[in-house]
Design a protein around this ligand. Structure first.
Ligand code: NAD
Ligand code: UDP
Length: 439
């Protein structure tokens, strides 16, 4: 239940309820962030996405989510088709006259009811307006941009869509925030670091063990990508350029921004299971690929031997960090934050082994005799694939600014996640496998 005691920020100041425009709210991270904001804060979310399946439980009052009633509104729209600027400048007066209601701490029910009437009218009026994203950014105090094509299988096979999605489509969002003095929390990626410096040393070189050769630091590490032919890096490069643009808007025009670099956040609702709630031929990120293999009792595919290393952080830990950023602007503005768990490192091969063990425990089914098979990256992803070798986030900045630390071990986060996968998909997979294959 919503506590009547005011929430406090890290400096002991009460946090006023705010309206957040969240673009990409229907995705994996967005769905967890919406859930958190509904369950633990009084804030309002204007959720923008082309899909809403992952936040249906928050939108549907039938599901008994009393606490979220009226505080989350879904707007189905594609931000690609929303880049006109005129309406924005026209609307900015409306924003400044409406926004103070959000900041009101009078606690007056009457004022709140009145605000809600205005809010509803406002949405009725703008519902058919083409510039809804613009309006929402103007109306809200802060914008969180999560929208992106962010599955590696797309980077080398759909490089144009990848670059447009991660750079071009984010441009108007940055511009509207800058021109209207709205705070922006933008989701980038750990992939902007690219490869480690150490990866260029001979395999058994002693310097490879030195942290300066592999630990990734926001304010010190270079961004190292492969050649242009390696189209894998189209995503990282687009994300890097939008980061630089946001940083420059901050430096030259005073934009209040925070950039988040997620390091392999994983958990329930990540991506899709091919043939069940996504295309049969689709290739999601590794958690969903391996979950799919385990559910279907087929060997897990190790790309190029599964030697690449990753650090995995539980989505619920990572969301705590995002909430701290939202509620502590003075500590988060102007910063780029790594958000990951440096203690949860594994090679992809080790990940496959742990997931196999955890899934056997969760499902009660014995593991396969041959649990993994090797596959070349060319066969799995096609031409132009390349890989990050190792990703250890430096935690100094997020520790100092927000006092955040991840908590959940790799085993525990896979235990909760695979319990969810089994509960959600095992029956559907059984039914689909039982069906005679349509020819
Ligand atoms: P996701 O694919 O589940 O979520 C992205 C959401 O954005 C989707 O719901 C999609 O429908 C929406 N979207 C995309 N284009 C849109 C458009 N034109 N208009 C409206 N909505 C659009 O991915 P996620 O894991 O939740 O990632 C969110 C963000 O975090 C992305 O920017 C991604 O690059 C970044 N990120 C995530 C991770 C991770 O570990 N999950 C790692 C690095 C970076
Ligand atoms: N990978 C794999 N088998 C799969 C899917 C992915 O071996 O079925 C590897 C992939 O080559 C990469 C790692 O797992 O080295 C993580 O891939 P993911 O798609 O999760 O994204 P990334 O961390 O590369 O952004």
């Amino acid at each position: 239940a919503m506590a009547s005691v005011a929430r406090l920020d890290l400096d002991g100041n009460p946090i006023d309820p705010m309206t957040i425009c969240m673009i990409g709210a229907g995705g994996f991270i967005g769905s967890h962030l919406c859930e958190k904001l509904m369950a633990e804060t009084p804030h309002t979310v204007l959720a923008v996405d082309v899909y809403c399946d992952k936040i249906k439980h928050l939108l549907d009052p039938e599901e008994g989510q009393e606490a979220s009633r009226g505080r989350i509104q879904f707007h189905r729209l594609n931000i690609k088709h929303d880049s006109r600027l005129e309406g924005l400048i026209k609307m900015s007066d409306l924003v400044s006259s409406l926004a103070p209601w959000n900041r009101s701490d009078s606690g007056s029910l009457l004022a709140f009811a009145f605000f809600n009437v205005i809010l509803s009218l406002y949405f009725v009026i703008i519902a058919s307006h083409p510039n809804v994203v613009v309006e929402q950014i103007l109306f809200s105090l802060q914008t969180i941009n999560l929208a992106a094509i962010c599955t590696p299988a797309d980077y080398n096979t759909r490089p144009l869509d990848t670059i447009y999605s991660n750079f071009i489509d984010a441009l108007p969002v940055v511009r509207y925030c800058s021109e209207n003095s709205k705070r922006l929390i933008h989701f980038s990626t750990c992939e902007v670091y690219g490869k480690t410096i150490g990866s260029f040393l001979p395999k058994d070189h002693p310097l490879r063990k030195e942290p300066e050769f592999f630990v990734l630091k926001e304010d010190a590490s270079p961004c190292i990508f492969g050649s242009i032919e390696k189209q894998r890096w189209s995503y990282a490069c687009a994300k890097q350029l939008i980061e630089r643009l946001i940083y420059a808007e901050g430096a030259e025009n005073g934009l209040e921004f925070t950039i988040v670099r997620p390091f392999n956040w994983i958990g329930p609702r990540m991506d899709f299971i091919p043939g069940i709630d996504g295309p049969s031929e689709g290739v999601p990120r590794v958690l969903a690929c391996f979950s799919n293999n385990l559910l279907r009792r087929e060997p897990l595919k190790l790309v190029d031997g599964g030697q690449s290393q990753r650090t995995f952080v539980y989505i619920k830990d990572a969301i705590e960090a995002v909430l701290l950023m939202i509620e502590n602007p003075a500590r988060a503005n102007g910063h780029i934050f790594n958000v990951g768990n440096p203690n949860n490192e594994a090679t992809v091969k080790q990940l496959a082994e742990i997931m196999t063990q955890v899934y056997a425990k969760v499902s009660g089914e014995p593991p396969l005799e041959v649990p993994t098979i090797d596959v070349s990256s060319r066969e799995f992803y096609g031409e132009g694939y390349d890989d990050s070798d190792k990703r250890i986030p430096d935690m100094t900045i997020i520790n100092k600014q927000l006092g955040w630390n991840p908590k959940t071990s790799l085993w525990d986060l896979l235990d909760s996640t695979l319990t969810y996968q089994h509960k959600t998909y095992a029956e559907a997979i059984r039914r689909s496998l039982a069906k005679p294959a349509a020819s």
